[in-house]
Design a protein around this ligand. Structure first.
Ligand SMILES: [Zn+2]
Length: 451
């Protein structure tokens, strides 16, 4: 009789960041204990037959907003249904709120409610009063901080003075600045001018947020970050012009990471026309040319991370467009749609997808190789993916409180069927097996690694 394990995943194809191989994976307790071509001599309390399936590291979704229709308990569960095992939430410190107190509240609530291990980014809605709290946030294990370069009318925008001040502080502490790169004041002027003319609101929305303004904001943020010596992370890159700026900044040797989201890789402005307010997100859905350029940017290595920007809002298709809030559900569909649109079309190799969804985020935020890797000693955070299953995304098979999906009726090849975190089954065949309150809070650490 051979070794005795808790879980043995047999006969699957392991998808790692550097390639694929047929291998069995043995889990003991919370960790991966052994990986081998044939561990069939081993005993296990549970044997999972993975023949014909992919065994991948669980998705690490580093862009989630647990403050809308899915909370700190619900959001991780929604994400787990889609093959995610770790989330990094934005702790929303709105104007008038303390950053540190907000982080503490998120951490406490997450520990009691979350189904998945989680980390936290600080989200500074009022940098002028919150910058001073950055060093204290580090002591709580939070080392990345987002600022908006748009939403001036909402009074959430960080101007260049405080963007510089924040980057100064973040650099001193050894952290990472993150920006939503759009040019807020230009957009506001364009919007005021257009709305007076009573044009179609969806058209106005698109026209007032042109690609030039994303490219401009990325260049501005990257320039300031280079001056301040602060690593920078661009969230939800959405345009071809923006990708070019990132490429150029990289050539200069600046430390700059780029993230895009499934919606910019799988949907376009035609979906905005069809779904109206449901598809109102910031930055907006872009043109087909932009969408294809982002896939190209993935191929060329310009984009490091795929994350969901899951922000489920209660919206109706006939809501007045400009009054509808920004954001849509995205966490549960992410792996499925990028696999379908990327791997099934031959645009990306499954290994690159694993790098973008798991390995790179783990590396950037200092969680690797405990997370984001299928290696002996790593946390047993795994997703079983059936590349042969054909299914259709419908509101009825989704779990977000948003009550709709932007992918309604989309037929996909490939589906996550089992999600395991630290050896515990969280979701299996669409059923919840995990429990809230077993999650861990993960401190992040920024190393400035090149992806
Ligand atoms: Zn977001």
């Amino acid at each position: 009789m051979g070794e005795k394990y808790d879980v043995l995943i047999k006969g699957g194809v392991l998808v790692k960041g550097n390639g694929m191989l047929k291998a069995d994976v043995a889990v003991q307790g919370e960790r991966i204990e052994a990986i081998g071509e044939d561990l069939s001599g081993a005993q296990a309390r549970r044997v999972i037959d993975a023949s014909g399936k992919y065994v991948m590291p669980g998705v690490i979704d580093v862009h989630t907003h647990p403050v809308y229709e899915d909370d700190l308990g619900g959001l991780p569960l929604v994400a787990a249904h889609g093959g995610t095992t770790t989330v990094i939430h934005y702790a929303y410190a709105k104007p008038g709120m303390s950053l540190v107190e907000t982080i503490k509240r998120f951490k406490e609530e997450g520990l009691s409610k979350s189904y998945l291990d989680f980390a936290i980014h600080g989200a500074l809605f009022d940098a002028s009063s919150q910058v001073e709290e950055i060093p204290e946030a580090f002591k709580l294990g939070v080392t990345s901080f987002k600022m908006f370069m748009t939403y001036a009318k909402l009074k959430w925008m960080t101007d260049d003075y405080y963007l510089t001040a924040a980057m100064d502080r973040i650099a001193q502490c050894g952290g990472l600045a993150m920006v939503h790169a759009e040019s807020g004041l230009v957009t506001d002027y364009l919007e005021d001018r257009s709305l007076k003319k009573k044009e179609d609101q969806k058209e106005v929305f698109l026209k007032t947020r042109p690609d030039f303004l994303e490219a401009e904001a990325i260049f501005r943020a990257a320039s300031i970050s280079a001056v301040m010596g602060c690593p920078l992370y661009i969230v939800h890159l959405s345009t071809k012009r923006g990708a070019r700026v990132i490429q150029r900044a990289r050539e200069e040797g600046w430390i700059l990471y780029a993230e895009t989201c499934p919606q910019y890789l799988c949907l376009t402005d035609a979906d905005l026309q069809r779904s109206g307010p449901l598809a109102k997100i910031g930055p907006p859905l872009r043109t087909e040319e932009d969408r294809l350029a982002l896939w190209k940017a993935i191929e060329e290595g310009t984009i490091d991370v795929l994350a969901s920007d899951h922000a489920p809002k209660a919206k109706k298709i006939d809501d007045p467009f400009f009054e509808a809030p920004f954001g849509s559900p995205s966490a549960e569909t992410m792996l499925t749609v990028v696999y379908d649109e990327g791997v099934n079309t031959g645009r990306v190799h499954p290994s690159r997808l694993v790098r973008l969804l798991s390995e790179n985020p783990a590396k950037i935020f200092g969680l690797y190789p405990r997370k984001g890797a299928v290696e002996v000693g790593s946390d047993a955070d795994l997703v079983l993916f059936n590349p042969h299953e054909v299914w259709t995304i419908r509101r009825e098979n989704q779990h977000s409180g948003a009550g709709y999906t932007l992918y309604e009726g989309r037929k996909c090849l490939g589906r996550p069927i089992l999600t395991i975190q630290r050896g515990r089954v969280i979701v299996e065949g669409g059923e919840i097996k995990g429990k809230p309150g077993e999650a861990r809070f993960l401190s992040t650490r920024i190393s400035g690694v090149k992806c």
